[in-house]
Design a protein around this ligand. Structure first.
Ligand code: TYD
Ligand code: MG
Length: 456
């Protein structure tokens, strides 16, 4: 039966349907809740069609041989994905304009093509000529990538049907539009419809689909976030464009989330950086008051990083608390704990905090290092560049145990640090007390460390 499409407006709050856009839902009273959607008449019959799927016992499910991962040519990207692209999965790669999404995907496409994996690169933003000139800056295999410059969704779908590539890259999802919807490309309705239809076709034909999405500083929520629930994995480019390009998996059905990889943009495209810790540490001679070394656990591996604090007398107005790469509220909490339990006064002081290299870290194990960096800046006493601080701060000023301690210690030891301050609870539970020449100093309360550092 021919599918005849018309667009309707649906209240996102209660599901009320309307033929035209309404500012307020007459049913539930919600304002601005109508979104245009495509209604396909054949959908009404969907209930009568027997499903090809059948309910089975999980033990009977065949282990699919097709779960062999597709490598991308970047070991680091493979790791973020959980061992490569999972065949048939749908991945969202999002980031600010200019950060390197198209470059990375063209490099991946070139590598796949060179390894016998048919790829279709759908470019809705750049002409084939632009794509070609980009490819000429990359490795020669990039010239073999099959590309299509198209923004009309039904045409994109038709090409996918006809070519049946194993991997399809859509650059970008915001540039596509469905002619049955009135809205401009990139609006909520278009985004959902285009992503939804691509998703269904990809699953039906077992095409690994990579959707590129733009994120602007303001538009996080309205953009690709909308598609997060639909896709199997979301990778975000973090950091700013000047520094290293950091890719992190926010959601991953086929691997760990939180995993990150770092790239550098050069003349021949993006280059991966495998040894990260050296990136985020400064040479001993540049180690100044306010700097502390911490060990975060990101995804499946430890990462030794510097945090820097700057505490100044407030010149005017209310004291400022500014954190970059670290949660602002957590910073406020650490200051309150230091004030109450270590007797430090931040009443008339501005506090700035920064994680090295444009990284954003959420690991609570950073708390102790952040507290020490702040204390070091306040007291103008440098910490030692060969000490690492590990521990979460509790509201009573106590240092709480952190997960993955042994993996962190192993990495810290490997990098030649001399001493680690760690939660007493973790220390008591350690399977081995000796980690090379690493000196382990258990700490119970933050006040302990601040007093002892002050006296040295
Ligand atoms: P691009 O991949 O176009 O970003 P996005 O798709 O996320 O918007 O990256 C664009 C930047 O990368 C642009 O400023 C040019 C630069 N670039 C290089 O420095 N070297 C290269 O080899 C390539 C292809 C791009
Ligand atoms: Mg691009």
């Amino acid at each position: 039966m021919a599918r005849k499409a018309r667009s309707i407006f649906l209240c996102q709050s209660c599901g009320y349907r309307s033929g035209k856009w309404l500012g307020r839902c007459p049913d539930c009273g919600e304002w601005n809740s109508f979104v245009e959607e495509i209604e396909t008449t054949s959908l009404h019959d969907a209930g009568d069609v027997p499903s090809a799927n059948r309910a089975v016992c999980l033990g009977e499910v065949e282990d699919s041989q097709h779960t062999e991962r597709l490598h991308t040519g970047f070991g680091e990207l493979d790791r973020v994905l959980g061992g490569g692209l999972y065949p048939g999965s749908v991945i969202l790669l999002a980031g600010e304009p200019g950060i390197g999404k198209s470059t990375l995907m063209l490099q991946v496409a070139a590598w796949l093509e060179a390894h016998g994996v048919p790829v279709l690169y759908v470019s809705g933003e750049e002409s084939l000529g632009q794509l070609k000139s980009r490819a000429s800056r990359l490795r020669p295999e990039a010239a073999k990538v099959v590309a299509l410059a198209e923004t009309r969704l039904p045409d994109v779908l038709a090409h996918l049907q006809a070519l049946s590539p194993r991997v399809a890259i859509v650059d970008s999802i915001q540039s596509l539009y469905h002619p049955d919807l009135n809205g401009a490309p990139g609006n909520v309705a278009q985004l959902r419809e285009c992503a939804g239809q691509l998703f269904r076709l990809a699953k039906e034909k077992a095409i690994t689909l990579i959707l590129i999405g733009h994120v602007t500083k303001e538009g996080l929520a309205a953009g690709p976030r909308l598609l997060e629930h639909l896709v199997d994995a979301t990778l975000y480019f973090e950091g700013n464009v000047q520094q290293h390009r950091i890719i992190r998996a926010h959601k991953n059905r086929f691997g760990p989330s939180g995993e990150l990889a770092v790239f550098e943009m050069g003349d021949g495209g993006l280059r991966q950086i495998a040894d990260l810790s050296s990136l985020f540490l400064s040479p001993p001679a540049q180690f100044s008051p306010g700097t502390a070394v911490v060990c975060a656990y990101e995804g499946t591996r430890p990462l030794v990083v510097e945090v820097q604090a700057l505490v100044n007398r407030t010149a005017y107005g209310p004291p400022q608390r500014t954190a970059s790469g670290f949660d602002q509220r957590r910073l406020a909490l650490i200051l309150a704990i230091l004030q109450r339990f270590a007797g430090l006064d931040f009443g008339l002081r501005d506090v700035f905090l920064k994680i090295a290299g444009g990284l954003t870290l959420r690991d609570p194990a950073l708390d102790l290092g952040v507290a020490m960096a702040i204390f070091s800046s306040l007291s103008a006493q440098p910490l030692s560049h060969d000490e690492v601080f590990l521990g979460e701060l509790g509201l009573g000023g106590e240092i709480r145990a952190v997960p993955f301690l042994e993996a962190r210690l192993k990495d810290i030891e490997k990098r030649g640090f001399r001493q680690v301050y760690l939660p007493a609870g973790n220390f008591a539970a350690l399977s081995q007390r000796k980690w090379g020449s690493l000196l382990l100093s258990p700490v119970e309360k933050v006040s302990q460390l601040i007093v002892s550092t002050e006296s040295t």
